[in-house]
Design a binder for this molecule. Structure first.
Ligand code: UDP
Length: 304
């Protein structure tokens, strides 16, 4: 059975998905990871464009406000130093590079929502997450298959004594924002005081937490070295290996070398100022994943 769960991060949804993963062989899709853009581009298009378009059209019909999660992926390989919501070009790769289907599906929906606002008065806000991270980023189960995002993937690798794989040498840079800071930003957008979010596009990210993949690996290895869970279990200290993107993701992957948000529009509208440092955010995420890891081990024990 294939299941689409809306609200999977909520109390009921997150417990439901844990139970499905533990007790069934149903297929559960996690859609917003680069691995899936490459391996299942049609599914990405169907959910991220087709299904969302239906929801948007209902909002137009019933005159509801739309707050749409666009993505930092829309900027793609934009050459600007910091990406601006209203001015930066959106630069993607050629068609055989499946990776871009997520970016362009989201971009087209951004444009459709904008056009509904322009022509039919739809009230909307588009927001663009820039590498939000923290507890529940992805389930460790997806990391087991090697298809989760960076911090979850590296956590899984560390817990299992596997090397952290640096795709193409780990030179790609990202700006990471702790999910608590990101939620402050999103709450301001939802509250929409003074209508400041109406008809706007907002990047939500933390330009101060700008690191290469290699630097992230080094920080995580340092945290892991002193972690009580590692010492208690005698799990090896972390190490890194370099790998090619073709080998890691398959054909159809094209990396984004750097991705830095301009947050001046969020600052001007809502005084948005993210606070959590990368190190603190990583520590919190690793502690959370350690607990998830222990819980998954318990499930396996019970099954056996
Ligand atoms: N990456 C890596 N090793 C991994 C997972 C990811 O080197 O085990 C790299 C990936 O190639 C990219 C960066 O980490 O350059 C961020 O990847 P992520 O999947 O978190 O998402 P993205 O920011 O590309 O949407």
């Amino acid at each position: 059975m294939k299941v689409l769960i809306l609200g999977v991060n909520g109390f009921i949804g997150s417990h439901l998905v844990d139970r499905i993963m533990a007790d069934t062989d149903w297929e559960v899709y996690a859609i917003a990871t680069p691995k899936v853009y490459v391996t299942d581009p049609l599914r990405v298009f169907e959910l991220d464009f087709e299904e969302n378009l239906r929801v948007v059209r209902q909002c137009v019909k019933y005159k509801k406000r739309v707050v749409f999660p666009s993505t930092s992926e829309v900027y793609g390989m934009c050459p600007d130093e910091a990406f601006d919501e209203h001015e930066s070009p959106l630069v993607t790769g050629p068609i055989p590079m499946n990776r871009w289907i997520y970016s362009t599906s989201k971009q087209l929906l951004d444009r459709v929502i904008w056009a509904y606002g322009f022509q039919q008065g739809l009230k909307f806000t588009l927001f663009r997450p820039f590498n939000w991270m923290g507890p529940k980023l992805d389930s460790l189960n997806t990391a087991k298959e090697g298809s989760s995002r960076l911090v979850t993937q590296f956590s899984w690798n560390l817990f299992n004594g596997e090397p952290l794989q640096l795709v193409d040498g780990g030179t790609a840079r990202r700006c990471f924002i702790d999910v608590a800071d990101a939620m402050d930003g999103l709450m301001s957008v939802l509250r929409n005081e003074g209508g400041k979010a109406d008809g706007q596009i907002f990047n939500i990210g933390n330009p101060k937490n700008d690191y290469s993949v290699r630097e992230i690996a080094e920080m995580m290895i340092a945290i892991w070295k002193d972690h009580p869970f590692r010492k208690e279990r005698g799990i090896p200290e972390g190490r890194m290996v370099e790998t090619g993107s073709g080998e890691f993701y398959g054909k159809g992957y094209q990396d984004v070398a750097r991705r830095t948000p301009s947050i001046k529009r969020m600052q001007a509208a809502f005084g948005f100022e993210p606070k959590v440092s990368m190190k603190d955010s990583l520590k919190k995420a690793i502690d959370f994943f350690v607990e998830e890891h222990k819980a998954l081990e318990k499930v396996v024990e019970t099954e056996n």
